[in-house]
Design a protein around this ligand. Sequence first.
Ligand code: TRP
Length: 336
Amino acid sequence: MIGDKKILYSGMQATGTLTLGNYLGALKNWVSLSGDEEECERFYGIMDLHSLTLRQNPSEFRKNARSLYALYVAAGLDPEKNCIYYQSHVSAHTELCWILDCFTYMGELNRMTQFKDKSAKHADNINAGLYTYPVLMAADILLYQTDLVPVGEDQKQHVEICRDIAVRFNNIYGDVFTIPEPYIRKEGARIMSLQEPDRKMSKSDENPNAAVMLLDDTDTIIRKFKRAVTDSGSEVRYDPAEKAGVSNLMDIYGAVCKKTRDEVEKEFDGKGYKDFKFAVGEAVANELAPLRQRYAELLADKSYLDLRIKENAEKARYFANKTLRKVQKKIGLTIL
Ligand code: TRP
């Protein structure tokens, strides 16, 4: 808490463009949480240090980080009300990370499913950063005395290990860290590939029709939905086991139009897949068009983003350093 305000903390890695899945699973929820302006203090990180677990091309990396910043803002997060900042601008993250490394067991890290998945995928570069990735993420969250972490379903295990580390630390040193809760919305929590609906929608999918990118133009979006895989039936009915493709499209439509599954079923009662797929494509395209426009404006105005990036880095540093000092004192480091 800061004063009587709850603290929200989240972020994304600064790589490539975002998919519709990142948007519906996380970003859109962050924006919808902006409603309770007075009750919450919000921090959203551009997690550029986490991105280093994969080899990055320096100039593209720099561009991607800024692009992600602009996407957060274009999606509706006001950088004057939300502390949107670069993780690497606040050195307390890596400092606390080292300390927490010494309070994390290898057995715990060995169980992380994302580590297993990522090492299988990048067998030629299983680096130590990939392994301790969850500890840096715990440092991100704990530095701000976070109450709530709004993330997609896939990050739940990371928030859980963060809680375990914080509880362990508090048991030794007293109430140093707030214990955070994950906040996972049901709607849009897990958007699947449009081509293989039993797999998560991923920006690195080889099939270009599998994922809708946040910056895709209207024609591309409509075309991708037109080609989305469904099943041999004809009914728009929610049934993830039998009708994975249709159910995924229903989730997307429901998340964009803020409708329940029942409402979506009723709306398309008696209509075929073709009409349904067109309606989903159109809804998504209409949602993303203004975002794309705002994104272009933001990137064109260099000084506006530069100023926000700088101011928010200072704000984040202030809060993060407060927690770091407290930790250093508690464990017996000599404070200068
Ligand atoms: N691991 C998150 C992801 O890949 C990104 C992330 C890093 C994060 N630090 C965080 C999310 C802290 C929430 C809170 O999406």
